[in-house]
Design a binder for this molecule. Sequence first.
Ligand code: GN1
Ligand code: MG
Length: 359
Amino acid sequence: MSTIDIVKQFKVKDIAKVKPLRGGLINNTYLVYVNKLDTPQYILQRINNYVFKDVQRLQNNISKVTRHLRKKLEAQGETDISQKVLTLIPTLNGKTYYSDGNSYWRMMLYIPHADQPQMSHDLYYKGGVAIGHFERMLADFPTKLKPTILHFHDIDFRIREMNNALTNAIINNHDLNGMGDLYEDLFMSYKYFKPNFDRFKEMPLRVCHFDTKLSNMLFDDNGNVLCLIDLDTVMSGYITSDYGDFLRTAANTTHENDRAYSHVNFDMNVFKSFTQGYLQEMKGTLTLVEKELLPYSVLLFPLMQSVRFLTDFMNGNIYYHVGYKKQNLVRAKNQYALLESVARNWEEICDFTYKMAAL
Ligand code: GN1
Ligand code: MG
Protein backbone atom coordinates (compact mmCIF):
# COMPACT_ATOMS: atom_id res chain seq x y z
CA MET A 1 0.00 0.00 0.00
CA SER A 2 1.22 3.51 -0.75
CA THR A 3 1.36 6.04 2.07
CA ILE A 4 -1.48 7.96 0.38
CA ASP A 5 -3.62 4.81 0.56
CA ILE A 6 -2.74 4.42 4.23
CA VAL A 7 -3.78 8.02 4.94
CA LYS A 8 -7.12 7.31 3.26
CA GLN A 9 -7.85 4.83 6.06
CA PHE A 10 -8.07 7.75 8.50
CA LYS A 11 -10.71 10.45 8.91
CA VAL A 12 -8.99 13.09 6.78
CA LYS A 13 -10.13 14.84 3.59
CA ASP A 14 -8.55 16.24 0.44
CA ILE A 15 -5.15 14.61 0.81
CA ALA A 16 -2.65 16.16 -1.61
CA LYS A 17 0.70 14.54 -0.83
CA VAL A 18 2.72 12.63 1.74
CA LYS A 19 6.39 13.47 2.33
CA PRO A 20 8.87 11.53 4.48
CA LEU A 21 10.46 13.36 7.42
CA ARG A 22 13.94 12.38 8.58
CA GLY A 23 15.11 11.93 12.15
CA GLY A 24 14.40 9.51 15.01
CA LEU A 25 16.02 6.14 15.41
CA ILE A 26 12.82 4.15 15.79
CA ASN A 27 9.67 5.08 13.83
CA ASN A 28 9.17 6.34 10.24
CA THR A 29 7.45 9.71 10.07
CA TYR A 30 5.70 11.49 7.18
CA LEU A 31 4.15 14.91 6.69
CA VAL A 32 0.66 14.91 5.19
CA TYR A 33 -0.49 17.85 3.05
CA VAL A 34 -4.08 18.59 2.11
CA ASN A 35 -5.60 20.70 -0.67
CA LYS A 36 -3.14 23.28 -1.94
CA LEU A 37 -1.89 24.31 1.49
CA ASP A 38 1.89 24.44 1.73
CA THR A 39 2.06 23.70 5.44
CA PRO A 40 1.40 20.09 6.44
CA GLN A 41 -1.82 19.41 8.34
CA TYR A 42 -1.11 15.94 9.70
CA ILE A 43 1.66 13.58 10.72
CA LEU A 44 1.61 9.96 9.61
CA GLN A 45 3.79 7.47 11.45
CA ARG A 46 4.67 3.86 10.91
CA ILE A 47 5.08 2.44 14.39
CA ASN A 48 8.15 0.27 14.81
CA ASN A 49 6.54 -3.01 15.73
CA TYR A 50 9.86 -4.67 16.51
CA VAL A 51 10.46 -2.15 19.29
CA PHE A 52 6.83 -1.74 20.33
CA LYS A 53 5.38 -5.24 20.48
CA ASP A 54 1.93 -4.21 21.72
CA VAL A 55 0.68 -1.37 19.51
CA GLN A 56 -2.83 -1.52 20.98
CA ARG A 57 -1.44 -0.89 24.46
CA LEU A 58 0.86 1.86 23.22
CA GLN A 59 -1.94 3.72 21.45
CA ASN A 60 -4.18 3.25 24.50
CA ASN A 61 -1.59 4.87 26.74
CA ILE A 62 -1.20 7.81 24.37
CA SER A 63 -4.90 8.31 24.07
CA LYS A 64 -5.49 8.20 27.86
CA VAL A 65 -2.60 10.53 28.59
CA THR A 66 -3.49 13.08 25.92
CA ARG A 67 -7.10 13.08 27.16
CA HIS A 68 -5.92 13.77 30.71
CA LEU A 69 -3.62 16.55 29.53
CA ARG A 70 -6.37 18.07 27.39
CA LYS A 71 -8.73 18.21 30.39
CA LYS A 72 -6.04 19.83 32.50
CA LEU A 73 -5.34 22.44 29.83
CA GLU A 74 -9.06 23.18 29.49
CA ALA A 75 -9.37 23.62 33.25
CA GLN A 76 -6.42 26.03 33.18
CA GLY A 77 -8.29 28.06 30.57
CA GLU A 78 -5.58 27.46 27.95
CA THR A 79 -6.26 28.56 24.41
CA ASP A 80 -4.84 26.69 21.38
CA ILE A 81 -5.10 23.35 23.14
CA SER A 82 -4.47 21.47 19.90
CA GLN A 83 -1.01 23.07 19.87
CA LYS A 84 -0.22 22.10 23.45
CA VAL A 85 -1.06 18.43 23.36
CA LEU A 86 -1.00 15.82 20.59
CA THR A 87 -4.34 15.01 18.91
CA LEU A 88 -4.78 11.50 17.52
CA ILE A 89 -6.79 11.17 14.29
CA PRO A 90 -9.13 8.15 14.29
CA THR A 91 -9.35 5.65 11.45
CA LEU A 92 -12.55 5.27 9.42
CA ASN A 93 -13.56 2.57 11.95
CA GLY A 94 -12.85 4.85 14.90
CA LYS A 95 -9.62 3.12 15.95
CA THR A 96 -6.46 4.90 17.07
CA TYR A 97 -4.24 3.04 14.58
CA TYR A 98 -4.45 1.15 11.29
CA SER A 99 -2.79 -2.14 10.39
CA ASP A 100 -2.14 -2.95 6.72
CA GLY A 101 -1.25 -6.53 7.61
CA ASN A 102 2.48 -5.79 7.83
CA SER A 103 2.81 -2.50 9.60
CA TYR A 104 0.95 -0.38 12.11
CA TRP A 105 0.18 3.25 11.31
CA ARG A 106 -1.20 6.23 13.20
CA MET A 107 -2.02 9.82 12.41
CA MET A 108 -1.94 12.99 14.45
CA LEU A 109 -2.64 16.66 13.87
CA TYR A 110 0.47 18.50 12.73
CA ILE A 111 1.40 21.18 15.25
CA PRO A 112 2.81 24.28 13.52
CA HIS A 113 5.97 25.31 15.33
CA ALA A 114 9.15 27.32 15.04
CA ASP A 115 12.65 25.86 14.76
CA GLN A 116 14.36 24.85 17.97
CA PRO A 117 15.89 28.05 19.43
CA GLN A 118 19.65 28.54 19.68
CA MET A 119 21.23 26.70 22.57
CA SER A 120 21.25 28.90 25.66
CA HIS A 121 20.77 28.66 29.42
CA ASP A 122 17.24 29.87 28.89
CA LEU A 123 16.54 27.01 26.48
CA TYR A 124 17.62 24.33 28.95
CA TYR A 125 15.80 26.07 31.75
CA LYS A 126 12.63 26.03 29.63
CA GLY A 127 13.24 22.38 28.79
CA GLY A 128 13.34 21.62 32.52
CA VAL A 129 10.15 23.56 33.12
CA ALA A 130 8.42 21.75 30.23
CA ILE A 131 9.27 18.28 31.53
CA GLY A 132 8.38 19.23 35.10
CA HIS A 133 5.11 20.73 33.91
CA PHE A 134 4.24 17.61 31.90
CA GLU A 135 4.84 15.40 34.94
CA ARG A 136 2.97 17.75 37.26
CA MET A 137 -0.12 17.74 35.02
CA LEU A 138 0.00 13.94 35.14
CA ALA A 139 0.71 13.69 38.87
CA ASP A 140 -2.96 12.93 39.58
CA PHE A 141 -3.34 10.47 36.69
CA PRO A 142 -5.83 7.98 38.14
CA THR A 143 -4.47 4.62 36.97
CA LYS A 144 -1.17 2.86 36.43
CA LEU A 145 -0.09 2.74 32.79
CA LYS A 146 1.23 -0.56 31.52
CA PRO A 147 4.72 -0.57 29.98
CA THR A 148 4.99 -0.23 26.20
CA ILE A 149 8.51 -1.64 26.35
CA LEU A 150 9.15 -4.16 29.10
CA HIS A 151 12.17 -3.39 31.31
CA PHE A 152 12.81 -0.26 29.25
CA HIS A 153 14.96 1.60 31.81
CA ASP A 154 15.83 -1.41 33.94
CA ILE A 155 19.61 -1.47 34.22
CA ASP A 156 19.76 -5.03 35.64
CA PHE A 157 17.87 -6.26 32.59
CA ARG A 158 20.05 -4.23 30.20
CA ILE A 159 23.18 -5.74 31.74
CA ARG A 160 21.76 -9.26 31.36
CA GLU A 161 21.03 -8.45 27.70
CA MET A 162 24.59 -7.25 27.24
CA ASN A 163 25.96 -10.46 28.75
CA ASN A 164 23.71 -12.57 26.51
CA ALA A 165 24.78 -10.57 23.46
CA LEU A 166 28.43 -11.18 24.25
CA THR A 167 27.90 -14.93 24.65
CA ASN A 168 25.97 -15.13 21.38
CA ALA A 169 28.47 -12.99 19.52
CA ILE A 170 31.29 -15.30 20.58
CA ILE A 171 29.33 -18.45 19.67
CA ASN A 172 28.40 -16.99 16.27
CA ASN A 173 31.83 -15.55 15.56
CA HIS A 174 30.64 -11.94 15.17
CA ASP A 175 33.37 -9.39 14.49
CA LEU A 176 33.87 -7.66 17.84
CA ASN A 177 37.05 -5.79 16.88
CA GLY A 178 37.46 -2.37 18.39
CA MET A 179 35.63 -3.02 21.64
CA GLY A 180 38.75 -2.71 23.80
CA ASP A 181 37.87 -2.80 27.49
CA LEU A 182 34.44 -1.27 27.09
CA TYR A 183 32.51 -4.36 28.15
CA GLU A 184 34.58 -4.79 31.32
CA ASP A 185 34.43 -1.05 32.10
CA LEU A 186 30.65 -1.01 31.80
CA PHE A 187 30.25 -4.07 33.92
CA MET A 188 32.53 -2.69 36.67
CA SER A 189 30.73 0.67 36.68
CA TYR A 190 27.42 -1.11 37.02
CA LYS A 191 28.67 -3.20 39.95
CA TYR A 192 30.02 -0.10 41.63
CA PHE A 193 26.80 1.92 41.43
CA LYS A 194 24.35 -0.95 41.76
CA PRO A 195 23.53 -0.39 45.48
CA ASN A 196 22.33 3.11 44.55
CA PHE A 197 20.41 1.99 41.48
CA ASP A 198 18.72 -0.67 43.62
CA ARG A 199 17.18 2.11 45.69
CA PHE A 200 15.19 3.38 42.69
CA LYS A 201 12.33 1.06 43.58
CA GLU A 202 11.77 3.13 46.74
CA MET A 203 10.33 5.87 44.51
CA PRO A 204 6.63 6.15 43.69
CA LEU A 205 5.44 5.24 40.19
CA ARG A 206 4.33 8.24 38.13
CA VAL A 207 3.33 8.72 34.51
CA CYS A 208 6.52 9.79 32.75
CA HIS A 209 7.56 10.56 29.17
CA PHE A 210 10.59 8.25 28.97
CA ASP A 211 12.18 9.90 25.93
CA THR A 212 12.91 13.43 27.09
CA LYS A 213 15.07 15.47 24.76
CA LEU A 214 14.91 18.85 23.04
CA SER A 215 14.07 17.21 19.72
CA ASN A 216 10.91 15.87 21.36
CA MET A 217 9.77 19.40 22.24
CA LEU A 218 8.00 21.79 19.92
CA PHE A 219 8.65 25.53 20.30
CA ASP A 220 6.61 28.61 19.44
CA ASP A 221 7.95 31.79 17.80
CA ASN A 222 9.01 33.19 21.17
CA GLY A 223 11.16 30.17 21.97
CA ASN A 224 8.70 28.79 24.52
CA VAL A 225 7.87 25.10 24.64
CA LEU A 226 4.45 24.35 23.14
CA CYS A 227 4.31 20.66 23.97
CA LEU A 228 6.16 17.38 24.33
CA ILE A 229 5.86 14.97 21.42
CA ASP A 230 6.87 11.34 20.79
CA LEU A 231 4.64 9.80 23.43
CA ASP A 232 5.35 6.17 22.45
CA THR A 233 7.09 5.45 25.69
CA VAL A 234 4.67 7.27 28.00
CA MET A 235 4.04 4.86 30.88
CA SER A 236 4.30 4.56 34.63
CA GLY A 237 7.81 4.68 36.00
CA TYR A 238 10.28 6.76 37.97
CA ILE A 239 10.79 10.49 37.38
CA THR A 240 14.52 9.83 37.29
CA SER A 241 13.95 8.51 33.75
CA ASP A 242 12.77 11.86 32.44
CA TYR A 243 15.32 13.88 34.36
CA GLY A 244 18.36 11.68 33.70
CA ASP A 245 17.70 10.90 30.05
CA PHE A 246 17.25 14.57 29.17
CA LEU A 247 20.64 15.40 30.65
CA ARG A 248 22.23 12.47 28.82
CA THR A 249 21.59 14.13 25.48
CA ALA A 250 21.35 17.82 26.38
CA ALA A 251 24.42 18.11 28.59
CA ASN A 252 26.70 16.17 26.25
CA THR A 253 29.02 18.80 24.73
CA THR A 254 28.82 16.85 21.47
CA HIS A 255 26.26 14.46 19.91
CA GLU A 256 26.07 10.72 20.61
CA ASN A 257 27.42 9.82 17.14
CA ASP A 258 30.66 11.76 17.56
CA ARG A 259 33.72 9.50 17.43
CA ALA A 260 36.01 12.20 18.77
CA TYR A 261 35.49 11.02 22.31
CA SER A 262 37.65 13.79 23.73
CA HIS A 263 34.87 16.18 22.67
CA VAL A 264 32.46 14.45 25.03
CA ASN A 265 31.98 16.31 28.29
CA PHE A 266 29.15 16.80 30.74
CA ASP A 267 28.24 20.48 30.53
CA MET A 268 27.62 21.71 34.07
CA ASN A 269 25.93 24.90 32.87
CA VAL A 270 23.35 22.95 30.91
CA PHE A 271 22.89 20.72 33.92
CA LYS A 272 22.29 23.69 36.23
CA SER A 273 19.82 25.50 33.98
CA PHE A 274 17.82 22.34 33.35
CA THR A 275 17.79 21.32 37.01
CA GLN A 276 16.63 24.78 38.03
CA GLY A 277 13.72 24.68 35.58
CA TYR A 278 12.74 21.12 36.41
CA LEU A 279 12.81 21.61 40.16
CA GLN A 280 10.97 24.90 39.95
CA GLU A 281 8.01 22.91 38.62
CA MET A 282 8.42 19.69 40.58
CA LYS A 283 9.97 20.68 43.92
CA GLY A 284 6.60 20.75 45.65
CA THR A 285 5.50 17.42 44.17
CA LEU A 286 8.60 15.22 44.55
CA THR A 287 9.07 13.01 47.58
CA LEU A 288 12.24 13.08 49.63
CA VAL A 289 13.61 9.90 48.10
CA GLU A 290 12.96 11.17 44.55
CA LYS A 291 14.95 14.31 45.27
CA GLU A 292 17.70 12.29 46.86
CA LEU A 293 18.04 9.92 43.89
CA LEU A 294 17.93 12.52 41.09
CA PRO A 295 21.74 12.77 40.81
CA TYR A 296 22.08 9.00 40.44
CA SER A 297 20.00 9.17 37.28
CA VAL A 298 22.61 11.51 35.82
CA LEU A 299 25.02 8.58 36.11
CA LEU A 300 22.54 5.88 35.19
CA PHE A 301 21.55 7.11 31.75
CA PRO A 302 24.93 7.41 30.02
CA LEU A 303 25.80 4.03 31.53
CA MET A 304 22.57 2.36 30.41
CA GLN A 305 22.70 3.90 26.93
CA SER A 306 26.28 2.75 26.50
CA VAL A 307 25.22 -0.75 27.54
CA ARG A 308 22.29 -0.67 25.07
CA PHE A 309 24.42 0.54 22.16
CA LEU A 310 27.15 -2.00 22.88
CA THR A 311 24.54 -4.76 23.12
CA ASP A 312 23.14 -3.82 19.73
CA PHE A 313 26.63 -3.69 18.24
CA MET A 314 27.33 -7.22 19.50
CA ASN A 315 23.93 -8.37 18.21
CA GLY A 316 24.75 -7.10 14.71
CA ASN A 317 22.68 -3.84 14.82
CA ILE A 318 19.16 -5.17 15.03
CA TYR A 319 17.62 -2.40 17.15
CA TYR A 320 19.05 1.03 16.30
CA HIS A 321 19.25 2.24 12.71
CA VAL A 322 22.91 2.54 11.70
CA GLY A 323 24.72 4.17 8.79
CA TYR A 324 27.83 1.99 9.12
CA LYS A 325 28.70 -1.28 10.84
CA LYS A 326 30.53 0.06 13.88
CA GLN A 327 28.25 3.03 14.56
CA ASN A 328 26.69 1.45 17.64
CA LEU A 329 30.16 0.80 19.03
CA VAL A 330 31.05 4.45 18.47
CA ARG A 331 27.84 5.50 20.22
CA ALA A 332 28.59 3.15 23.11
CA LYS A 333 32.08 4.62 23.57
CA ASN A 334 30.72 8.12 23.32
CA GLN A 335 28.22 7.44 26.11
CA TYR A 336 30.90 5.83 28.27
CA ALA A 337 33.02 8.97 27.92
CA LEU A 338 29.98 10.93 29.08
CA LEU A 339 29.64 8.70 32.14
CA GLU A 340 33.28 9.37 33.00
CA SER A 341 32.70 13.09 32.74
CA VAL A 342 29.61 12.90 34.97
CA ALA A 343 31.70 11.03 37.53
CA ARG A 344 34.33 13.80 37.46
CA ASN A 345 31.62 16.35 38.30
CA TRP A 346 29.86 14.18 40.84
CA GLU A 347 30.18 16.31 43.98
CA GLU A 348 29.04 19.47 42.30
CA ILE A 349 26.11 17.64 40.70
CA CYS A 350 24.90 16.46 44.11
CA ASP A 351 25.51 19.79 45.87
CA PHE A 352 23.65 21.79 43.26
CA THR A 353 20.67 19.41 43.00
CA TYR A 354 20.21 19.17 46.74
CA LYS A 355 20.46 22.93 47.13
CA MET A 356 17.86 23.52 44.40
CA ALA A 357 15.59 20.82 45.82
CA ALA A 358 15.95 22.39 49.26
CA LEU A 359 16.96 19.03 50.71
C1 GN1 B 1 15.82 5.85 20.80
O1 GN1 B 1 14.49 7.09 18.30
P1 GN1 B 1 14.70 7.94 19.48
O2 GN1 B 1 15.86 8.85 19.32
O3 GN1 B 1 13.44 8.65 19.90
C2 GN1 B 1 15.46 5.03 22.04
C3 GN1 B 1 15.86 5.76 23.29
C4 GN1 B 1 17.34 6.02 23.22
C5 GN1 B 1 17.70 6.80 21.94
C6 GN1 B 1 19.19 6.91 21.79
C7 GN1 B 1 12.12 3.34 22.11
O4 GN1 B 1 15.05 7.02 20.77
O5 GN1 B 1 15.56 4.99 24.42
O6 GN1 B 1 17.73 6.75 24.35
O7 GN1 B 1 17.20 6.13 20.79
N1 GN1 B 1 14.04 4.75 22.06
C8 GN1 B 1 13.59 3.50 22.19
O8 GN1 B 1 19.50 7.79 20.77
O9 GN1 B 1 14.32 2.53 22.37
MG1 MG C 1 11.72 8.32 20.70
